[in-house]
Design a protein around this ligand. Structure first.
Ligand code: SAH
Length: 258
């Protein structure tokens, strides 16, 4: 898809000289206004990724399809999403592979779900438990906007603390406030060798879920971690860490079913 010229309804990201990003969805009749410079959406249709275009005030912009991280950081959200830095690690630490069956707890705005769908591919599937209809609708709209219609995502309007219906699943991945309530259910749902991963914002939650995983005796290689990405400034002689970074988002704990 990404090598085709832009078409109506495509998601587009414009990047200015200072690397600032502007997000739009190509809609007939719409005009993007950036600092008074006008860019009719029509002028982007038919262009290829990476080309430059000028607004009515002469400012130039590069035009791209948004990457996964650009999309999730710009999409409408309800509540907190899992940040791309954490998602990157979740996919590998939970060893999400093409063809896997993944049970997800808490679809939220669908940021993690999108990454899971891409990682499992068409042969795999994602089953997401969610208790709030408004979140499920928002997530589905975001997912369809980025990937088009998907037929391997199954949203279940169910409380995951009350159980997981599936059996022999490859991975259980949670972003719910009390993941310790899911440890026993995940133990039943997972295949031997399957991975159980939770993302949690606070240290108290981390301790509770790790304790529960240990007590259950059902997991080995339990690893509580945190992901920090420190950007650097590389300009002339100023080669040093950037002054600002995203410091705390959440903890990740992963273990493997025995
Ligand atoms: N990972 C998501 C954000 C999830 S926010 C993202 O990246 O976009 C947490 C979600 O879990 C919310 O949508 C909330 O409604 C849902 N949730 C909370 N408790 C739950 C439970 N017991 N069972 C299922 N879903 C639950």
């Amino acid at each position: 898809m990404s090598h085709w010229p832009f078409q109506w309804n495509d998601n587009v990201i414009l990047i200015d000289r200072k690397n600032r990003e502007y997000y739009l969805k190509l809609t007939p009749g719409k005009v993007k206004d950036i600092r008074g410079g006008k860019i009719p959406h029509e002028s982007i249709v038919g262009q290829k990724e990476g080309t430059t275009l000028k607004s009515s005030t002469g400012e130039s912009f590069f035009v791209f399809k948004p990457s996964y991280s650009q999309f999730v950081l710009n999409m409408p959200r309800k509540g907190q999403i899992i940040y791309p830095k954490d998602t990157a690690v979740i996919l590998i630490w939970a060893d999400v592979f093409p063809g896997a069956t993944v049970v997800e707890g808490g679809i939220g705005s669908g940021a993690l779900t999108l990454a899971l769908l891409r990682a499992v591919g068409k042969e795999g599937k994602v089953i997401s438990y969610e208790i709030r209809e408004d979140f499920a609708c928002q997530a589905l709209a975001n997912i369809e906007r980025f990937m088009g219609k998907v037929n391997n995502l199954f949203i279940k309007m169910k409380n995951i603390y009350e159980g997981i219906d599936e059996r022999e699943v490859d991975r259980v991945i949670l972003d719910v406030p009390e993941p310790w309530n899911v440890v026993a259910h995940a133990t039943k749902a997972l295949k031997n060798g399957g991975f159980f991963l939770s993302y949690i914002p606070t240290a108290i939650q981390l301790k509770k879920v790790v304790d529960k995983m240990r007590e259950s005796g059902a997991f080995t290689s339990i690893q509580p971690i945190e992901v920090l990405i420190r950007p650097w400034n590389v300009e002339g002689m100023s080669v040093r860490p950037a002054h600002r970074m995203v410091a705390h988002t959440g903890f990740i704990v992963v273990g493997r079913k025995i």
